[in-house]
Design a protein around this ligand. Structure first.
Ligand code: DGY
Length: 319
């Protein structure tokens, strides 16, 4: 028998701004409260927190965990905008019996496109070439030659849905593909390596596309970068936490590796000055999934998770 839903009517709290698709889909059905617009958020939580049954969050809300959960005694569900959910303390949520949802499936192709775009931009030095043209450098002579992508040995750090979408695209580029994940996957033809370091030693290019969080923190460290070697290119479309950023900066400064393309950083939206100063780093402001269509689909999935929970007591994409 389905569980008996509590008499408390559904109400959702947004601690920070979120995509308008979330609001558009939810608002006709469920009251939505915007915490960041309250003069005194702590006082608002004391007065109204007991009425909140759902949270809609994204990385913009910062880390979400026990602090907030404890002020929302009727909370049942935390709906995260993003396939990655390292911004949510899932252990604290589980300890309180909360459901956590994310947005898988709707952004795989978009992030894979961005990974390949960033790889090409980094290897062929496209942002540098564009800056050169705008600064009038072309009048003095041609832009220096770049390395080629063809023939590169590309290691995918992570072979989930997005990693596989990246591999499908790379098939057309005349490169070799290998991967590291916790386990070797049945039916995958690419060579598997048991560690990030073993993968780096066998490759000259690493693309990080694995979940953030404690289990993968600094999986790319100084030793992995050294194993990648002086022709090495490191691409990160996962989370800033998967790489030791200080070690990466040092490796880019002293030629341990050739270049990096980064869509994610340890302390977003802050980017270390030392990275900004590096000519061999291509830096993007976490735009992997940031197309109009994909962000709308993500927002709708956040809203549909909340509505399905309130209506049927069953979330669509629990983590
Ligand atoms: C995700 O979905 O995890 C992307 O990084 C956007 O936050």
């Amino acid at each position: 028998l389905p569980p008996i839903q509590p008499a408390l009517p559904p109400a959702v709290l947004q601690p920070a701004p979120i995509h308008p698709a979330v609001t558009a889909l939810l608002a006709p059905h469920v009251p939505l409260h915007r915490l960041w617009e309250q003069d005194d958020p702590a006082a608002w939580l004391r007065e109204h927190g007991a009425a909140i049954r759902g949270l809609a969050v994204s990385t913009l809300a910062g880390p979400v965990g026990a602090d907030l959960f404890d002020r929302l005694p009727a909370l049942e569900i935390v709906a995260n905008f993003g396939v990655g959910y390292d911004n949510v303390d899932v252990a604290a949520a589980r300890a309180r019996g909360l459901v956590v949802t994310n947005t898988p499936g709707v952004l795989d192709e978009e992030v894979a496109d961005l990974a390949v775009a960033l790889l090409l931009a980094t290897v062929r030095q496209l942002p540098q070439a564009e800056r050169f043209l705008r600064a009038g450098g072309w009048r003095q002579g041609p832009f220096p030659l770049s390395p080629t992508l063809r023939g590169r040995r590309i290691g995918l750090l992570g072979l989930g849905a997005i990693g596989k979408a990246i591999a499908r695209r790379l098939e057309g580029f005349g490169v070799d593909i290998a991967y590291h994940g916790r386990t070797r996957q049945e039916g995958v033809g690419y060579p598997w390596y048991p560690s990030a370091q073993a993968l780096a030693a066998a490759c000259d290019t690493l693309i990080a596309i694995l979940p953030g969080g404690a289990a993968t923190r600094h999986i790319v460290d100084a030793a992995v970068l050294a194993a990648l070697g002086p022709e090495g290119v490191f691409i990160n479309v996962a989370r800033g936490s998967v790489v030791d950023e200080a070690a990466l900066i040092a490796a880019l400064q002293d030629g341990t590796i050739l270049a990096a393309g980064l869509d994610v950083f340890a302390e977003e939206p802050a980017v270390p000055e030392a990275l900004l100063a590096l000519p061999n780093a291509v830096l993007l402001p976490h735009v992997g999934s940031a197309s109009v269509q994909t962000r709308t689909a993500m927002g709708e999935l956040v809203a549909r998770n909340l509505l399905a929970w309130f209506r049927e007591g069953r979330a669509l994409t629990p983590v």
